[in-house]
Design a protein around this ligand. Sequence first.
Ligand SMILES: [Zn+2]
Length: 199
Amino acid sequence: MAAYTRSMHELIEYFKKLPGIGAKTAERFAFYVLKSSRDDMERFSLAIKKVKDSVKFCKKCGNLSETDICTICDNPRRDKTIICVVEEPKDLILIEKSGNYKGSYHVLFGSIAPLDGIGPEDLRIKELLKRVKEDKVKEVILATDSNAEGETTALYISKELKPFKIKISRIAYGIPVGENFEYIDQATLMKALEGRRTM
Ligand SMILES: [Zn+2]
């Protein structure tokens, strides 16, 4: 990258950190920034700053929120006795986009991955059990990924929930094992949720 100026080089390095972005695309992004108007790029950098300043995670479910409790947890029309458990906030957003789910959520912020040193205590499982106890929850839908980590996590949580004698279900993936949540289209996701099976 010797041909680039120091600031272009720095920008390219930042773009390369974005998920799925290689060196070539990072360079294209940097050139895009260079030729865009100053106004536009200032708004872009302000948008990044605003997200960092204002977006936090809902204290209850872990969803993205600009207040302590998110708009889903705060909505009296959402069924608080059904909790859909997901690995990341982006999974929650995908289910919301499918438009058919009227229960509430719980974000774990990851999955059990012993090889990466991530155990159950590193996820928001204790918080989930607390909600199940306090909110008279009737059903927990485990919508973790269908890869090994997601399956291990679902199994672990289902065991932890057994003493509560509530319905525990697993989202019905019609997709090959190992695939991630984010690659499922909305219609499939809706069907997967509707076709959930009791564990
Ligand atoms: Zn919430």
